[in-house]
Design a protein around this ligand. Structure first.
Ligand SMILES: [Zn+2]
Length: 236
């Protein structure tokens, strides 16, 4: 695209319907320039297909109510381990030293790499979901609230839930899918999706459990997703 004063620019994210550009806004963030465009487009044809509830988790990035588990790419975990090690090494280097300056540059590069791998993963995932499902139901978690809450914070910030939601938000509009939110329901993992029996407690470490009432065997995440799906259908 061509912008006044800036000249020709190559776009990284191109919506499916290319329409008339109404306005462009440039902003700078951490030394990188971003351009947001307001584009006039036609409303896409609504997708007919599956309604899927997405349960965001820490072991699997997301579990779908159809039983599918989506995991983050392996290189990401490898880079994150390297980042933790390098950060520690960096903090031990003498302030103001050349070594510290050098390691700061390396750290920034690693951060960028992680961001790119994660963005790539999230973009592929959200594009596939928004292009193939009629409706996507997300649990309305208070992500920013949870990020402030100590121990969970690093893991959650790392897996990029907020970015996932942001991308699903605009991509469902681009491709004719719908994004809805199911109210937060704390007991989803403790409730048997078969008979409705409610467990007293279910420690985070327990990944599978057997319902004492009906004998059904549950994968923690899939069971939670099934419960959310039921609620979403009831709400509709
Ligand atoms: Zn049961």
């Amino acid at each position: 695209m061509q912008l006044p004063r800036l000249g020709k620019l190559r776009l990284k994210e191109v919506p499916v319907t290319t329409g008339r550009i109404l306005s462009a806004t440039a902003s700078k963030e951490a030394g990188t320039w971003f351009v947001s465009l307001a584009v006039e487009t036609e409303i896409p044809v609504p997708i007919q297909g599956e309604i899927v509830v997405i349960d965001l988790g820490l072991t699997a990035f997301a579990t779908l109510s159809n039983g599918e588990k989506l995991t983050a790419p392996k290189p990401l975990a490898k880079h994150l381990r390297r980042l933790r090690r390098r950060s520690k090494e960096h903090s031990r280097k003498q302030k103001g030293s050349n070594n510290r300056k050098k390691s700061a540059v390396q750290l920034a590069r690693l951060h960028r790499k992680i961001r790119n791998v994660r963005q790539d993963f999230l973009h592929k995932l959200t594009t596939t979901l928004a292009k193939t499902k009629q409706e996507l139901v997300l649990e309305s978690l208070n992500v920013s609230g949870m990020v402030q809450n100590g121990k969970l914070s690093r893991a959650i910030a790392d897996v990029g839930w907020s970015e996932f939601r942001r991308q699903l938000g605009y991509k469902t509009r681009w491709y004719g899918s719908t994004l809805t939110f199911a109210g937060r329901f704390l007991a989803t993992s403790k409730l048997c999706s078969g008979c409705g029996y409610q467990l007293e407690e279910l420690p985070l470490a327990v990944r599978t459990w057997l319902c004492p009432e009906c004998g059904a065997s549950h994968d923690r995440d899939i069971n939670a997703a099934m419960n959310l799906r039921k609620m979403a259908v009831t709400a509709a």
